[in-house]
Design a protein around this ligand. Structure first.
Ligand code: ADP
Ligand code: MG
Length: 489
């Protein structure tokens, strides 16, 4: 049996976080009434002229610097000519020969260690409008609100060798554009869209096979499924003695299959040429340096710092860096709390994440802010609260209103202590009291004590449970364990 190796390259369209369109001041707010944001530029009225939105260039440069790419000081807008009802101009303004960003790389984690995926280029272009089919019986509506929305198309090298690697790359890219506030990455609203180019070749071969391009894959899960389906399909075709046709295929998530859409158009079909309405875009050093100065510490740098400064294991650091707000929250808590960072990370990635998830809240809107979370960590560190109690207090914190927003720290800390006080959450740490509880249980459990002394180790757990029960769950479990063991020995 022939061994096949998949080859995958991705083209991702990222919607830039600007307030207005790429070549006009019209709004790009999502969900507006159809065509309310279709300005004269968007609908291509005769005589109108595009004016470049500098904010889009700034975000593209930001992305380029974030991935260590070359930011081109000179880039050129060209017309990509084609007909479609959602494109009234008859051409899309894009960058072709001279993109704003070229080169660069993203590092992904794979089964066999880290791997760098090259980024060929990233170029600015405008989005098209949208065909609308609902409520148009036998007809199609056209909504041009989206026409002219600024996109950054990010093209990878054909460096990925499995669907899993493709998904890892996409997730990394998604986290990165959000982290650097280049895009909100909202996939439901189409702010992060992916086309996957897939080919296969006999393992060991240098040359690439003919590729197909998969469109319409709008979730990480579908990317994986679509690519895997396509790999299998290509293997079947080649093993039956057929040939792969270079074409564009549509992924149907309901049937989990890809279908031929159209044969792949060549670049020459688009008759690209520099847009005579737009001058070349020249960025000066000062502009680029200003963007560089505004960049936050990168997720990779931050991750190594967490491993170094806080002695966090790599997976914990990775989880905290799933988004910038979570990492910021972690650092604020560590600054305020005396608790050890590993415990703080565990609680943010565990209990707090679960609580927020359950209620569909972003950490930036967490009902438990970093100050109160820090106070909670401190009460666990000084043994006032057991883990179990801390969980309960966290649940109470999440429902009780924030107190004293103004003189923040003092009042917020009081509020954790308030809950501890008013709900009687205080852990019993006084050893003489724990000794008393242990005695009480041992007196009432003569048969079990007998069994333990005859060598039945399992009874220890039972006795431990009885002490905790007698203490209403409030005794410090570490001490109960130690005192009970001493008494039995
Ligand atoms: P086009 O402009 O026609 O879309 P490009 O050469 O720019 O073509 O490539 C588009 C994408 O296809 C890139 O992400 C690239 O990595 C990928 N690609 C190119 N050749 C192959 C191949 N043989 N197999 C898989 N992916 C490929
Ligand atoms: Mg392409």
């Amino acid at each position: 049996m022939m061994q096949w190796e998949p080859v995958i390259g991705l083209e991702v369209h990222v919607q830039l976080m600007t307030n207005s369109k790429l070549f006009s001041g019209a709004s790009i707010t999502y969900g507006a009434q159809a065509n309310r944001q279709a300005c004269p530029i968007s609908i291509a009225l005769p005589g109108v002229l595009p004016v470049m939105n500098i904010e889009a260039a700034r975000l593209a440069v930001r992305f380029g610097l974030a991935i260590g790419a070359k930011v081109e000081k000179r880039s050129v807008f060209e017309r990509k000519n084609y007909f479609y009802p959602d494109l009234p101009k008859g051409y899309q303004i894009s960058q072709y020969k001279h993109p704003i960003v070229s080169g660069g790389r993203l590092t992904i984690a794979t089964g066999s260690g880290e791997k760098a995926v090259g980024i060929t280029r990233a170029h600015l272009e405008e989005d098209a409008g949208k065909s609308v089919h609902e409520n148009f019986h036998g007809m199609t509506g056209i909504d041009l609100n989206r026409a002219g929305t600024p996109l950054l198309e990010i093209v990878s090298n054909p460096d990925m060798r499995s669907a899993e690697e493709a998904v890892a790359y996409l997730k990394k890219l998604h986290a990165l554009v959000r982290y650097f506030e280049v895009s909100d990455g909202n996939m439901q609203e189409g702010s992060f869209r992916c086309d996957a180019n897939v080919s296969i070749r006999p393992k060991g071969n240098e040359d690439f096979g003919t590729r197909t391009e998969l469109k319409n894959i709008n979730s990480f899960r579908f990317v994986e499924k679509a690519i895997n389906f396509e790999i299998e399909r290509q293997i079947d075709v080649l093993e039956d003695g057929g040939a792969i046709i270079q074409e564009t295929r549509l992924y149907d998530s309901e049937r989990n299959e890809t279908r031929s859409m159209r044969s792949k158009e060549d670049a020459q079909d688009y008759r690209y040429f520099p847009d005579p309405d737009l001058p070349e875009m020249i960025l000066d050093d000062e502009f680029i340096e200003r963007v560089r100065d505004s960049l936050p510490e990168s997720p990779d740098q931050r991750k190594s710092r967490y491993e170094r400064e806080f002695s966090l294991p790599s997976p914990d650091a990775e989880k905290l860096l799933r988004d910038r707000d979570t990492a910021d929250f972690f650092e604020r808590v560590c600054k305020r709390s005396k608790s050890d960072p590993k415990t703080v990370a565990n609680w943010i990635n565990g209990e707090l994440a679960a609580l927020l998830n359950e209620r569909h809240i972003e950490i930036a809107d967490s009902p438990v802010d970093s100050d109160r979370f820090a106070a909670l960590m401190d009460r666990m560190a000084d043994n006032t609260l057991s883990r179990k109690m801390a969980k309960d207090v966290l649940a109470h914190l999440a429902t009780s209103p924030k107190t004293g927003q103004s003189s923040a720290e003092v009042n917020l800390k009081t509020s954790v202590d308030d809950i501890i006080e008013s709900r009687g959450f205080k852990q019993i740490t006084d050893s003489s009291e724990i000794e008393r509880l242990v005695e009480e249980v041992l007196d009432a459990s003569a048969p079990q004590v007998q069994q333990y002394r005859e060598g039945n180790q399992k009874v220890f757990g039972y006795l431990m449970g009885q002490v905790m029960k007698t203490a209403d769950g409030k005794a410090d479990p570490g001490q109960v364990n130690r005192i009970l063991r001493n008494r039995l020995e």
